[in-house]
Ligand binder design. Structure first.
Ligand SMILES: Nc1nc2c(ncn2[C@@H]2O[C@H](COP(=O)(O)OP(=O)(O)OP(=O)(O)O)[C@@H](O)[C@H]2O)c(=O)[nH]1
Ligand SMILES: [Mg+2]
Length: 197
C-alpha cells in the first residue's frame, strides 16, 4: 500500500471508466486496514500498526450488471486513521466517495456506538453515496459483545447493507467489496445513461 500525505487529493480517482472511490470509516483499531489488506493482498497481520495519515489500495472486482454484461469495476479504497479527529481532514478524505464501508468491532460496543457519527459525517459530505456496514472481528466468538440485532438496526437506519466480517479468517470480506462494486456500478451506469439523454 502507498502512504501519502493526508492533504494530497486524488483528483483522478473517479475520472474515467468504472473506477470508484470508496472510503473505510470507523474508530481506531476496528480493523479497517486489516479489511483492506485482506481484500487487496489477501494477507492478515495480528500486530496492530495504527494508520498514520491515509493509505489506499485499488483492486478490480468483476461485476455482472443489470444488463447481464460482466464488467471490471476498479475500487480505489481509501483508509484513514480512526483517530483522526480533525473535521476538515475527514471531510476532504470523504469527498468524492461513491461508497463508504463503516466498520465496527463486535468485541467493543463503543465502536458500534460511534458508527452513527461516522454515518452523519459521511452523509453530510456524500449525501447520495452507498453505505455498507461491516461488523468486524466475528472470529472472536468468545469475546463478542455486540450481537447481530444491533447490526441490523444500523443497516435499517442507514439504509445500508450489513455484513459480519473477519479480516482474520477472510469471512465476508470479498462480499463487502463485491457489494460495493455492484451498487456503485449500478448507480454509475444510471448516471451515465442520464447524461446520454
Ligand atoms: N481477531 C481479529 N483481529 C482483527 C480483525 N481485524 C483486525 N484485527 C486486529 O485488530 C487490530 C487493529 O486492526 P487495524 O486493521 O490496524 O485497525 P484500524 O481500524 O485500521 O485502526 P486505525 O488505523 O488506528 O484506525 C490489529 O491488531 C489487527 O490484527 C479480525 O477480523 N479479527
Ligand atoms: Mg488503520
Amino acid at each position: 500500500m502507498t502512504e501519502i500525505l493526508p492533504s494530497v487529493a486524488d483528483a483522478d480517482d473517479t475520472s474515467t471508466g468504472f473506477k470508484y472511490r470508496v472510503v473505510l470509516l470507523g474508530e481506531a483499531s476496528v480493523g479497517k486496514t486489516s479489511l483492506l489488506r485482506r481484500f487487496a493482498e489477501n494477507v492478515f497481520d495480528e500486530v496492530y500498526k495504527q494508520t498514520i495519515g491515509t493509505t489506499f489500495a485499488s483492486k478490480d472486482v468483476a461485476v455482472v450488471g443489470e444488463d447481464g454484461m460482466k464488467r471490471n469495476v476498479r475500487l480505489v479504497v481509501w483508509d484513514m486513521a480512526g483517530q483522526a479527529t480533525y473535521r476538515e481532514l475527514r471531510r476532504q478524505f470523504m469527498k468524492g466517495a461513491s461508497a463508504a464501508v463503516i466498520v465496527y468491532d463486535v468485541t467493543r460496543p463503543e465502536t458500534f456506538m460511534s458508527c452513527n457519527n461516522w454515518f452523519e459525517a459521511f452523509r453530510e459530505t456524500c449525501p447520495d453515496a452507498a453505505v455498507i456496514v461491516a461488523a468486524n472481528k466475528v472470529d472472536l466468538e468468545e469475546e463478542r459483545i455486540v450481537p447481530i440485532e444491533p447490526g441490523w438496526m444500523l443497516r435499517d437506519w442507514f439504509q445500508a447493507n450489513y455484513y459480519e466480517t473477519s479480516a482474520k479468517t477472510g469471512a465476508k470480506v470479498a462480499d463487502v467489496f463485491t457489494k460495493v462494486a455492484e451498487i456503485v456500478l449500478k448507480r454509475g451506469l444510471g448516471l451515465r445513461s442520464d447524461l446520454a439523454m
